[in-house]
Each structure stands twice: as structure tokens, then as C-alpha cells.
Design a protein around this ligand. Structure first.
Ligand SMILES: [Zn+2]
Ligand SMILES: [Zn+2]
Length: 328
């Protein structure tokens, strides 16, 4: 239904001005530049932005599906691409054509559904620079499949609108196992395998930035070893599951029993998140990827309660588009 409408709108825009795409892109960049650094303290060189905090693939009108952003200087590092990541990035003031690095923690769809479309959307906005995407085995094939699925549109626009070939701009990298993933002038990224049954190729990521170390747990069952990986980190962004909410969530599902068991086996209760954070000795714990993620009546205090039984440090119950400046 929405497809012809979108195509028509694009057609009209292009009819109005053949140069619309580059002009839109630079206008977007300019407004992002005005909107971001000027309004912030100069020390905040690195920023963490929680793009989507709701765990799981269900789409709602409140919280967005999982995605995070690290901005180091003006370079975006996107961690996970749940549905809506493109729009959340725009809302966060990031010009999509400035996309540079994408990291996928695992191949559940709430983490990769908009991966290809994010790159597409950046290209539609005027992307002309390389993008590197890293993820568990399969991201290279997924990338080929994405371009295959969208070949007609991409090749039409290349010929019709003079755009560069996006297939040459995007390089996907299968991560073969835990260890170093990438390194550039300012950032070093390391992967750590963590259990999320039945998925085996599932990674937490550590980002060493000039302003501190940020660890993303990704989706994980309770994993004491994650405390070693996150030892002394400035920020730990950890998923969280509220036991009392899981039963309510399961009740809304036709496959309640199976769903409940999957959640218990593959996610971390708030109490266990507190255990990991305390053992790791992190400066700041940020809860995100909430399971359940958008249940009416669940308050921040309810998420904190279990964590506080074990962890006394700084704690943020994450909300969409919340920003955390580093150093913390
Ligand atoms: Zn998830
Ligand atoms: Zn998952």
C-alpha cells in the first residue's frame, strides 16, 4: 500500500530538481551540525545515544526496536539495526549519509531487520563514502541478498539519477569468532561470544574510545564471564528482563509456554544484570533492550529494584534517544 505512494513522492521530488538528493543531504548535514555540537559542552567528544530500547521484533508506537549509537567526534558507530533505526538516527540529529560503521550483535531480526535498509536509506540521502558492516557469520550473505532483492530500484536510480553504486560502498565482514573486530584512528572494537540460545554466533562488543570504554552486552543469558570482558569499563549497556513482566508478556502470545521458556533461557534478569555490573566494577550501568519493553504500568523503579540488590554504582534506566556524554 505505501510503496506506490513513496515512489510517487520520490518521483515528484526528482521531477522538481534533479539535484535534490545532494542538496537535501548537505542541508541535512548542516542542520545536524547546528543541532548537535553547538548545544553541547565541548568536553563531550564521544556520545552514546540509545536509539531503540525495546527488546524484541514487535513494532509499537512507543519505544523503538533495538539499536544504539556511539558518536566519536562526528563519526557514527551504529550497534544493531532493529526496525526503525534509520528514523531514530535522523531523530538523534545524525545525517544518514554520514553513516560509516555498523555492528550487528546477532542475527535475530530485532537486531538486523533494518541493516540493509539503513544503508539503502543513507544512499538515498546522498551517501558517497564507504560503509563497513560487521556481524556474525551470515552478514556477508545477507548483504548480497539485500542487494539482490533491491536490484531493480538500485540500478534504476543509478542510471536515472546518477547515483554511485551502493554495492561498492558497503563492505560486509563476517566475524569468525571472538577477538579484535576493527580498529581505526580513534576506536578499537572487540567481540566477545556470549550465550543466547539457540543462537551460537552471538557477540557482546567492547568499544575503546578516546573518552572511555563502552561495552554492549547484546542479547545474553546471564553470563558471569561478561563481567570479566567488561571489567573496569566506563559504561556497560546491558539488556534486562523483568521476571514479573515475562508472564504477562507470555500470556499475550498464543505460544505462551514456548515464548516464556525462550525468554528465561536467553535473557538476563534485572538481578543478574546487577551481579554482572557489580562484578565488572563499571562506572555506569545503562539498562536497555527491555523484555518486556513496552508494557503499561512497568516503571523505571521496577527495573532498578532487582539491579539494586547487587549493584550500588551509577545506573540509568534507558529511554529512546537518551544521550550519555563521555567521559562519564
Ligand atoms: Zn533482541
Ligand atoms: Zn536476540
Amino acid at each position: 500500500m505505501s510503496r506506490p505512494r513513496a515512489a510517487t513522492r520520490r518521483g515528484l521530488l526528482l521531477g522538481a530538481a534533479a539535484l535534490a538528493a545532494p542538496r537535501l543531504a548537505s542541508a541535512q548535514q548542516a542542520s545536524a551540525q547546528q543541532a548537535t555540537p553547538a548545544a553541547r559542552p565541548p568536553a563531550a567528544r564521544t556520545r552514546l545515544v540509545l536509539l531503540g530500547t525495546k527488546g524484541g521484533p514487535r513494532v509499537g508506537i512507543e519505544q523503538a526496536n533495538p539499536a544504539n549509537l556511539l558518536l566519536v567526534g562526528d563519526t557514527p558507530y551504529v550497534i544493531d539495526c532493529g526496525y526503525g533505526v534509520s528514523r531514530q538516527l535522523v531523530r538523534a540529529g545524525v545525517a544518514l549519509p554520514s553513516l560509516r560503521h555498523v555492528f550487528i550483535t546477532h542475527h535475530h531480526s530485532d537486531h538486523n531487520l533494518e541493516y540493509g535498509n539503513l544503508v539503502y536509506n543513507a544512499w538515498a540521502g546522498g551517501l558517497r563514502t564507504p560503509v563497513d558492516a560487521y556481524g556474525p557469520r551470515g552478514i556477508e550473505q545477507m548483504t548480497r541478498d539485500f542487494w539482490s532483492m533491491n536490484r531493480f530500484d538500485v540500478e534504476t536510480r543509478m542510471a536515472d539519477e546518477g547515483r554511485p553504486d551502493p554495492r561498492n560502498l558497503l563492505t560486509a565482514h563476517d566475524i569468525e569468532g571472538p577477538g579484535p573486530v576493527m580498529r581505526d584512528e580513534r576506536v578499537r572494537v572487540t567481540a566477545f561470544r556470549t550465550p543466547h540460545p539457540p543462537i551460537v554466533d552471538n557477540y557482546a562488543y567492547k568499544f575503546e574510545t578516546p573518552d572511555g570504554v563502552v561495552v554492549f552486552s547484546g542479547d545474553t543469558a546471564y553470563n558471569p564471564a561478561l563481567a570479566e570482558f567488561a571489567k573496569g569499563a566506563d559504561v556497560l549497556v546491558h539488556e534486562a528482563m523483568l521476571l514479573s513482566g515475562v508472564d504477562d508478556l507470555a500470556r499475550r502470545n498464543p505460544n505462551a509456554a514456548t515464548m516464556r521458556q525462550h525468554l528465561l533461557d536467553s535473557h538476563t534478569t534485572t538481578e543478574d544484570v546487577g551481579r554482572v555490573a557489580a562484578r565488572a566494577g563499571v562506572k555506569l550501568l545503562v539498562l536497555s533492550h527491555f523484555v518486556p519493553g513496552d508494557m503499561p504500568g512497568v516503571t523505571d523503579a521496577m527495573w532498578e529494584e532487582g539491579v539494586r540488590r547487587h549493584y550500588a554504582g551509577r545506573l540509568i534506566v534507558g529511554h529512546d534517544l537518551q544521550e550519555i556524554a563521555l567521559p562519564v
